[in-house]
Write a protein that binds this ligand. Structure first.
Ligand code: GLN
Length: 227
């Protein structure tokens, strides 16, 4: 199970969100604290962020902990909206950049933490990869990320073994689902973090219950039960 993180708020550096925190995604890549499926997340990573409304991505199929070039540049990458992930590939899925989150349709950035049977997904020729998460991303893009809660509940009904934690953002909104794995929220003075697990021991982190949709805007956080 991968680990992901989203940010919506003031402009902040990508490194302050994923590299600098004591238990940020870089540490979660080799020592996650709440991961229930898989031991580590060494099959690649991706950092996506919005730059004047344009989604941009830096992805790799190597472990994030050894990427000294990214470490050097990440403090200079600043954005008000970030979607990042470290990957533990599901058995049988390709390990290459195109299978690595975040995925995009040119407007949204999306990460999937989990597993899904691809045969329950509509055939989507626009998927970036045959990886289950990429096909799921293409399905959500095709149906409209605004409907991600309904889409996940429907797919969850078709595949009872699926784990479907999604994080998707378009620069002004961030939506996330919990369906089979952990998600926490930190409401900071300058914005909101959603993360598979807390990146530090701040007591303000709250757990999101399973089978919920979280919607974050510049002014609100809304929680809705799914199914
Ligand atoms: N199934 C996805 C993959 O293979 C995501 C895996 C995960 O959440 N660990 O990349």
């Amino acid at each position: 199970m991968c680990r992901h993180l989203g940010w919506l708020g003031a402009q902040t550096s990508v490194s302050s969100l994923i590299l600098d925190p004591p238990f940020g995604l870089r540490v979660q890549s080799y020592a996650p604290r709440q991961q229930k499926h898989g031991l580590m997340n060494a099959d690649g990573w991706g950092a996506g962020f919005f730059d004047e409304g344009v989604p941009r991505r830096w992805r790799s199929s190597a472990p994030i902990w050894g990427d000294t070039s990214f470490e050097s540049v990440a403090p200079a990458l600043r954005s008000h909206c970030v979607v990042a992930a470290v990957r533990s590939a599901t058995a049988g899925m390709p390990i290459d950049v195109s299978a690595t989150a975040p995925f995009t349709d040119g407007q949204w950035l999306l990460s999937h933490n989990g597993i899904v049977d691809r045969t329950v997904l509509p055939l989507t020729s626009t998927a970036e990869s045959v990886c289950d998460s990429a096909v799921l991303a293409a399905t959500i893009f095709a149906l409209g990320p605004d409907a991600v809660g309904e889409t996940i509940a429907q797919i969850g009904a078709l595949d009872g073994d699926a784990r479907l934690n999604i994080l998707v953002a378009d620069g002004s909104r961030m939506l996330a689902t919990t369906w089979g794995d952990t998600l926490s929220i930190l409401r900071r003075d300058d914005g909101v973090v959603l993360a598979s697990e807390p990146y530090d021991d701040d007591s303000a982190w709250e757990d999101i219950p399973d089978r919920h949709l979280v919607e974050v805007t510049a002014t609100d956080v809304t929680l809705t039960a799914l199914d």
